[in-house]
Design a protein around this ligand. Structure first.
Ligand code: DX5
Ligand code: ZN
Length: 218
């Protein structure tokens, strides 16, 4: 599978959001990643569907939304309405995660699911049929710029094997601490969809940073 790069706008400068997006677009990213935090599921608050709508006005690139919120079913329709293509609720955040994933596909979205660093990959087994992507957190969610947790590598290998047996072609996304040193080993382990916040938006040249990430997947 070819690498997919999705810069997380959490690390962008919100006073110059459009300018930052334009600069990053020059590096040909595949998606832009929206980090939705509610201050309950994670110890930080970010932004909601309004910024998804704003991003739709700024860019033609597809959007993926990472829902770090409790009760995701209440907000999934709002992100679909806003034009988000791929939605990743957390498996730990929903009382009935099958219902959450089904809601996304029923509304015409692509369904992802996110696993925290301490959550076993086997948890996704009952959902595999419904999924387009599984996202492994390689930091504890809530903030950009944290240190990569290396257990993501072994989890990626395990998950790729499980998916190959049951539904090949499902993306494995990695979120947290993705940079030019971690992306190569992750790609080799079987991940193909990479979220990068600080590695892109804190770089001097964000377009070049995106090209460098893609080039480091070998
Ligand atoms: C963390 C977010 C990430 C974050 C990644 O909770 O889910 O998407 O923006 O930031 P970096 O790439 O800086 O680790
Ligand atoms: Zn994220």
């Amino acid at each position: 599978m070819d690498p997919v790069i999705s810069p997380s706008i959490l690390s962008a400068d919100f006073a110059r959001l459009e300018e930052d997006i334009r600069k990053a677009e020059a590096g040909n990213p595949d998606y832009f990643h929206l980090d939705i935090m509610d201050g309950h599921f994670v110890p930080n608050i970010s932004y909601g569907p309004m910024i998804a709508q704003t991003m739709k006005r700024i860019t033609k690139k597809p959007l993926d939304a990472h829902l770090m919120i409790t009760n995701p079913d209440k907000y999934i329709p709002k992100f679909i309405e806003a034009g988000v293509e791929l939605i990743y609720p957390h498996i730990e955040a929903s009382y009935d995660v099958y219902r959450s994933v089904q809601l996304i596909t029923d509304l015409g979205g692509k369904a992802g699911i996110t696993l925290n660093p301490g959550t076993p990959v086997e948890w996704i087994e009952p959902l595999i049929d419904k999924l387009d992507a599984v996202m492994l957190m390689s930091v504890c969610p809530g903030f950009g710029g944290q240190k990569f947790i290396p257990n993501a590598l072994e989890k990626t290998r395990k998950l790729r094997k499980l998916l190959d047996e049951q539904k090949p072609g499902v993306h494995i996304a990695i979120d947290g601490g993705v940079d030019t040193s971690t992306i190569g080993p992750l790609f080799e382990a079987g991940a193909n969809f990479f979220i990068a916040g600080s590695a892109v938006f804190k770089a001097k040249d964000s377009a070049q940073a995106i090209r460098d990430l893609r080039a480091a997947c070998k």
